[in-house]
Design a protein around this ligand. Structure first.
Ligand SMILES: [Fe+2]
Length: 208
């Protein structure tokens, strides 16, 4: 169940005129209780804060797009590595968000701050993460090459941003060729289907 976030925040706002009345206070309290009970409160700048509809990371692998999601299935794997590019980092939170196959962040819209396809995982003891999704489409409104956004943070790790682009994307121009020759932590990564037609991508994240 997903509540309309903007309505929740408006109703809970101390500037809401309804809150000045007893009815308003009781209503606001009830909404607060409901929000905390079902754990779906999301701040307006959810993506900047690393929030995906109140989700908490619990494992290193996660499906972020339902099996019924339109588009080409894609599995992204990788590791979080220390600045030396070798040492795996365990227990890091990896937050990802992306457009859907049609190039929208939100249903029929471009609300990147509340992307529908998002998720959080925790790297395992070998620094690994994995998520199942669909290949993101180019922005429906035109713009950059197709991409997945990352935010990574954790104990002793300041919040850092990364991007995944796909080799061969025509919007990358010449930069989109020969990505396979680059280190695994490069932004542009090779993408190819496995025997079942699921696109496979490896994107390591080297901390700065
Ligand atoms: Fe984006």
């Amino acid at each position: 169940m997903r509540l309309p976030t903007n309505r929740i925040e408006k109703a809970c706002s101390p500037t809401d005129p309804a809150a000045a009345t007893g009815v308003g206070r009781r209503l606001s309290s009830s909404i607060f209780a409901l929000v905390f009970a079902i754990g779906v409160a999301a701040p307006a700048s959810a993506q900047n804060r690393g929030d995906c509809r109140g989700q908490q990371p619990t494992g290193w692998s996660l499906r972020i797009a339902p099996e019924s999601e339109p588009g080409t299935p894609m599995v992204v794997t990788g590791r979080v590595l220390a600045a030396d590019g070798v040492t795996p980092v365990a227990g890091a939170t990896v937050f990802v968000f992306q457009t859907d196959d049609a190039g929208y962040y939100s249903p029929g819209g471009m609300d990147e701050s509340n992307a529908r396809l998002c998720g959080l995982v925790l790297t395992d003891g070998d620094g690994r993460y994995r998520f199942e999704t669909v290949r993101p489409g180019h922005y429906a409104t035109g713009g950059p090459p197709a991409h997945v956004h990352y935010r990574v943070w954790g104990p002793g790790i300041s919040r850092q941003s990364f991007t995944l682009n796909f080799e061969g994307d025509p919007l990358l121009g010449a930069r989109g060729r020969d990505a396979g020759a680059n280190p695994t932590w490069a932004t542009i990564r090779p993408i190819s289907p496995d025997a079942e037609g699921v696109l496979r991508v490896v994107r390591d994240l080297r901390l700065r």
